[in-house]
Ligand binder design. Structure first.
Ligand SMILES: NC(=O)c1ccc[n+]([C@@H]2O[C@H](COP(=O)([O-])OP(=O)(O)OC[C@H]3O[C@@H](n4cnc5c(N)ncnc54)[C@H](OP(=O)(O)O)[C@@H]3O)[C@@H](O)[C@H]2O)c1
Length: 386
């Protein structure tokens, strides 16, 4: 029976009790456990694949700590996480037309699309009965797979970094730019100031902005990530120089710094996946008519703002989620040409996946964390393994 990681409500409760409810002491590696997974029977539209590599994603952190909602309990007490992966097709059902055994694929995590194609739920998080891909093998519907762009110029680990984060960034960028353009047409302002705060989604968002000729600014606490973005022509700010916006004075100084980098204008579009102290700092540095986009709530789910001031400055707050299936396919075409992710220095072994999640929780990584799941890799990817 294939091995797969699971999170149980019992292990969350045990760890919560061990640390007396103190999330700072919480150890995620004690909660994510290697388990057996009985694969569901193949249907005619299904694909049986083995997982080659997966990215550690932040929603697993949210699931394991239950810091937003206790999604594991809500889903009946046990989930199998992991919603982005690269895999090799082993077998296909009778009605599958897009894939054959031996193909290399990536996954998307859109589940239960609404009438416009946007996900109402996320695969392996809140989608009912969804089994994730932090395991050796999986059976998934053909609709959930996209051919892996093996010739895009990225290596296997870089490709594995993108299936969840790139479509999210692609959706956020379309939304932010579209909303801004409704207010300020290109004719009046061609080049925008675009700001993003640390993290994988934000860095990809800024790569889109930079590629389209805008002034992109990455505000991150990670020197490695900043260095990589600078090599692509993106400006950077060390978030720790402003104490991660712990006080009003830090925000004031940050405002001054951003004005200095933007000819006094401020940021026209801000990507804030974190909230908490980052939210107020992001609003403060926005230009008139600015747009603040977010699909994340890593530091907090609640935001406070002065509605009158927002009206006077004509600011827009937009909330989005993972992309449509078409959007996820379109984002894949930008791998390598636009999306060049930072990857954490260590490629984790399958047995070290719980440690990868714990190190993500502690903000110890130098880029997007990748877990190598298959020991033996197929010949199709041999040339792109660094
Ligand atoms: N709705 C969706 O479809 C969707 C999709 C993807 C992600 N998300 C959510 O978006 C959030 C970010 O995801 P991601 O994949 O971009 O994350 P990520 O690549 O794991 O990066 C998280 C970043 O957060 C920053 N950070 C951590 N602790 C911080 C603190 N105390 N203060 C300020 N910054 C801190 C760190 O940046 P620096 O150290 O570099 O500053 C870190 O690199 C998560 O909550 C995730 O669940 C939502």
């Amino acid at each position: 029976m294939p091995k797969s990681y699971s999170i149980s409500a019992d292990s969350i409760a045990e760890e919560t009790a061990r640390v007396g409810g103190d999330l700072d002491q919480f150890d995620i590696s004690r909660v994510i456990k290697l388990d057996d997974l009985e694969l569901r029977e193949m249907g005619p539209g299904d694909v049986h694949m083995r997982i080659l590599a997966a990215a550690a994603e932040h929603n697993v952190d949210h699931a394991a700590t239950a810091d937003t909602v206790n999604i594991v309990e809500m889903r009946g007490g046990k989930t199998y996480p992991g919603n982005s992966a690269v895999g090799e097709v082993l077998a296909v059902g009778d009605s599958v037309t897009r894939f054959k055994p031996g193909d290399i694929v990536i996954t998307h995590c859109n589940a239960d699309p609404d009438e416009y194609g946007y996900p109402t739920r996320i695969w392996a998080y809140d989608a009912e009965d969804s089994i994730g891909w932090y395991g050796e093998e999986a059976v998934v519907g053909e609709w959930q797979l996209i051919p892996a762009p093996l010739d895009c110029g990225l290596n296997l680990w870089e490709i594995a970094a993108l299936p969840l984060r790139a479509p999210t960034a692609y959706h956020l960028w379309r939304r932010g730019l579209g909303i801004y353009r409704l207010k300020v047409p290109r004719e009046k302002r061609a080049r925008l100031n675009v700001l993003g705060f640390g993290g994988g989604v934000s860095e990809l968002f800024l790569m889109l902005a930079n590629h389209e000729g805008h002034r992109a600014i990455f505000c991150s606490g990670s020197p490695d990530r900043r260095k990589h973005l600078e090599s692509l022509g993106i400006l950077t700010i060390d978030q720790k120089e402003f104490n991660r916006f712990a006080s009003g004075d830090d925000v004031k100084a940050f405002h001054k710094a951003v004005r200095g980098m933007t000819d006094g204008d401020g940021a026209n579009i801000v990507c804030d996946m974190l909230r908490g102290p980052v939210f107020g700092a992001g609003l403060r540095v926005m230009s008139r008519q600015g747009v603040n986009v977010s699909a994340g709530w890593q530091l907090d789910t609640q935001n406070n703002y002065n509605s009158a001031l927002m009206s006077v400055r004509q600011l827009t707050l937009d909330h989005s989620h993972f992309d449509t299936i078409q959007g996820a396919n379109a984002a894949t075409k930008l791998y390598g040409s636009v999306f060049k992710p930072t990857v954490h220095r260590e490629i984790y072994a399958f047995e070290d996946l719980p440690r990868a999640m714990e190190e993500m929780h502690k903000v110890m990584q130098t880029g997007i964390p990748i877990v190598r799941i298959a020991k033996e890799m197929p010949a199709a990817v041999a040339d792109i393994i660094p």
